[in-house]
Design a protein around this ligand. Sequence first.
Ligand code: HEC
Length: 136
Amino acid sequence: MKTSMKFLAALALGAFVFGSMSFAFPGEEWKAPESSKATKNPTKADKESLSAGAEVWSKYCKSCHGKLGEGDGSKAAELKTELIDFTQKKFQSQTDGELFYKVTKGKDEMPASKKKNIEDEDVWNLVNFMRTFAKK
Ligand code: HEC
């Protein structure tokens, strides 16, 4: 009797630990909330926006995501999380609103733009700039 109780307790504990861990498994897809999809990008992707985006990218993003968003920055190898390739459809098929959400919120090793004092306007410039990574 006692042993089976212990077994059940261990099982419950195991399920709890596993359950609370599962969202942190590397490689699992990061989904922005449904509500972020429709957020409109207020910034036109003109020359000015793209060059501003490129500048912020080099300063704050390139070290992990790489010059062209391929996930090959100088710090990429030190990360626990595998970076996805921003040139691919899987990334590019997200809406501007979803990308804005992810950059402003951050997750685990991905720093939120707010922490780096990046203005929302520059996040939109970054979103526009990240579109230039798309493989034609
Ligand atoms: C210290 C390394 C690091 C830096 C610097 C960094 N990122 Fe990230 N980024 C990550 C990691 C790790 C993930 C994956 C997070 C996850 O899925 O758990 C990520 C994910 C993302 C995603 C979401 C990809 C997807 O799943 O669709 C976007 C967009 C993004 N980063 C943009 C940026 C931008 C823009 C900057 C610069 C302002 C930046 N990142 C700076 C590490 C970094």
